[in-house]
Write a protein that binds this ligand. Sequence first.
Ligand code: SAH
Length: 193
Amino acid sequence: MNPWFAKIGILLGYCVLVAIRATYRFRRRNVYVVESRMGRLEVALLALASIGFVVPLLWVVSSAFEVANYTLRLVPFMVGVFFLALGLLFFARSHAALGTNWSATLKVNEGHELVTQGIYRHIRHPMYLAFLVYSLGQAFVVPNWVAGPSCGIAMAVLVSLRISAEERLLLEYFGNDYEVYMTRTKRLIPGIW
Ligand code: SAH
């Protein structure tokens, strides 16, 4: 297959991702933050995630990483498109459920409410799952050994290092309510983990 199918798929995916995020970023523009855990680790994780997302874009618009290209095939491409779409669906549903309680880093806002409904009824971190599923899609769609897995590696590191800190923050803030929520939900995979 012509690699331009992959390039167009990646660009479309990014457009949808950015449009969803921009909508909710705009909605929370006047929200006052009461607690922010923006330590060095958070800064490093955000930088890593940004690199993970920028590398496939560089692959799309330039000949960077050309040496690591391989032939694009129909079946992996279709599998990848499926995971990209599923990731975007989870992403939209997580944002819709979190509303103004969302933040890009570890924060608690004024009037922050614990969300346990919608997609949060099934797992505690559906937005991180969305990024992981989306990244898996990229790994299949992008026929390049560097740009394909870059996002997945960055997101796997971010999610594995951030989840515990985020749960500690929410436990501190919501106490027993979050504890109860934890006992009846898993982190990323319903019924498993
Ligand atoms: N980890 C979640 C949310 C990511 S956004 C997910 O993957 O879906 C990160 C912010 O969401 C954190 O700063 C935290 O304050 C907030 N948050 C996480 N879970 C929440 C919940 N169940 N209810 C309300 N806010 C939550």
